[in-house]
Design a protein around this ligand. Structure first.
Ligand code: HEC
Length: 180
């Protein structure tokens, strides 16, 4: 089979799969409820799980497997202990092992699991909401970029509560993030 014939073949298969997906989802929308019903004011962990996906929390707070996928067995455990920040390059934001270097210096996405000593297990929901709104955590640390607290802080209390409720459900991790 020539290369171009192979590409055409693959494209045909993908079109078929895409069509099948469209047909399935059309059926699902018309006959059944969405997988998780979301209503304004829903503070459930299930709602929080959806917001966490949208917020990309895993992109910064969950270590990656060698294939680049988030390692869910270490979900939200932050920069692995002992990782170095990437080198500082003028006018560039660089990232390595989840750590960042940028014009502000270096920053290390934290362990946000419910571990009391190494994560945010001692925070109550008000601590979490206040941190997202003000950018200052209960220890008095002002959050460095690129933690998007200015965006997350615009969410209503119910959404922030849902995020808090969801992140309380992951396994506590004793990973000690040694960031600035
Ligand atoms: C683009 C990267 C990025 C994304 C996306 C991100 N964070 Fe962060 N987060 C950080 C960094 C970096 C820090 C540490 C900042 C510092 O040390 O000053 C941080 C810190 C935090 C802290 C403070 C922890 C502490 O001990 O003070 C919390 C809580 C937090 N993030 C929650 C979340 C949640 C929840 C989401 C998703 C809704 C999220 N973050 C998405 C980068 C990110």
């Amino acid at each position: 089979m020539s290369h171009s014939a192979y590409v055409l073949f693959a494209a045909t298969l993908m079109t078929g799969a895409a069509l099948a997906r469209c047909q399935r989802s059309t059926t699902a929308v018309s006959t059944t409820a969405a997988p998780v019903a979301v209503a304004a004011g829903d503070t459930s962990a299930a709602r929080g799980a959806q917001l966490v996906l949208l917020g990309g929390c895993d992109d910064c707070h969950t270590p990656q497997l060698p294939n680049g996928e988030p390692d869910m067995s270490r979900r939200f455990s932050g920069v692995p202990a002992g990782s170095a920040a990437p080198p500082s390059i003028a006018n560039v934001v660089a990232t390595e092992n989840l750590a960042f270097s940028g014009p502000w210096g270096t920053s290390f996405p934290r362990n946000i699991t419910p571990d009391v000593q190494h994560g945010i297990g001692s925070w109550n929901v008000q601590d979490f909401i206040r941190t997202m709104r003000t950018g200052t955590d209960p220890q008095g640390h002002a959050l460095l970029p690129p933690m998007p607290y200015k965006e997350f802080g615009k969410l209503p209390d119910a959404d922030l509560t849902a995020i808090y409720n969801f992140i309380r459900t992951v396994a506590p991790s004793s990973n000690a993030v040694t960031g600035p």
